[in-house]
Design a protein around this ligand. Structure first.
Ligand SMILES: Nc1ncnc2c1ncn2[C@@H]1O[C@H](COP(=O)(O)OP(=O)(O)O)[C@@H](O)[C@H]1O
Ligand SMILES: [Mg+2]
Length: 228
């Protein structure tokens, strides 16, 4: 079986607003294999969220090559991308991705159903994340940190092969953030999940196979000696 989840080469992406064109990604390359975790750091506005949305098909690159699960993006139509997002690629957006009219428990059942799963471990996930008591609440009845954890449970319950996480611990205090790391790393070990994690949390970043910095539109190995 092909181990490659993401093969990105020389990706570029800009945005046009009115007359202005801003070039966000400029020749970005990235490889991610099954069983591998890559942390991405970079200042606000450097293009981290743009990158994740190129990888889940919500945005298209202006140029460059992108293969997912060994398939070239030129061979993927909108239905293929939707199918990938339902069943194989979980994106954890910064602002959470819960359906506001469903309780946490129903959000979980819904996500497992979309992924075609008859059974799910949602209750265990909520327990592990310390939010079992929120199962029957609606998203607007949760704190920011509880919402973020509920979104994590929804992402993991679909048993994705690739997870793209945008600051998954951004709303969590230190102790709570510590509970999140095992979710990623157990799934990476047990199910050969691949993870691309935008994070500034050292607990998460240090356990990744690589830490890359997004700077000037491209990814490069992060040199901790140069920061600070
Ligand atoms: N839809 C959009 N239209 C125009 N500019 C955008 C859009 N989305 C993002 N940008 C700009 O692109 C740059 C990168 O944004 P983003 O990918 O969200 O960065 P990050 O996630 O690293 O903070 C920023 O300058 C942002 O203002
Ligand atoms: Mg962002």
């Amino acid at each position: 079986m092909n181990d490659a989840l993401i093969q990105a080469q020389d990706l570029s992406r800009s945005y046009r607003t009115g007359r202005e064109q801003i070039s966000v990604l400029r020749g970005l390359s990235l490889d991610l294999r099954r069983g591998e975790a890559v942390a991405v750091i970079g200042p606000s506005g450097s293009g981290k969220s743009t990158l994740l949305n190129l990888l889940n098909g919500l945005l298209a690159p202006d140029s460059g090559q992108l293969r997912l699960f060994g398939r070239d993006r030129s061979q993927l139509n909108d239905d293929d991308w939707a199918e990938l997002r339902r069943t194989r690629i979980a994106t954890l957006f910064q602002d959470g991705n819960l359906i506001p009219t469903l309780t946490v428990a129903r959000n979980i059942v819904f996500r497992a159903g979309l992924a075609g799963l008859q059974e799910h471990d949602g209750e265990i996930l909520l327990e592990r994340l310390g939010i079992a008591d929120t199962a029957h609440r609606y998203p607007d009845q949760l704190s920011g940190g509880q919402r973020q954890r509920a979104a994590l449970a929804c992402a993991f319950v679909m048993r994705p092969e690739l997870i793209l996480a945008d600051e998954p611990t951004g709303s969590l205090d230190y102790a709570t953030a510590k509970r999140v790391a095992p979710l990623f790393f157990d799934a990476i070990r047990e199910r050969a999940l691949g993870a691309l994690i935008v994070t500034h949390n050292p607990e998460l970043a240090q356990r990744c196979d690589q830490v890359l910095e997004l700077r000037e539109g491209a990814l490069r190995p992060w040199d901790s000696a140069l920061s600070s």
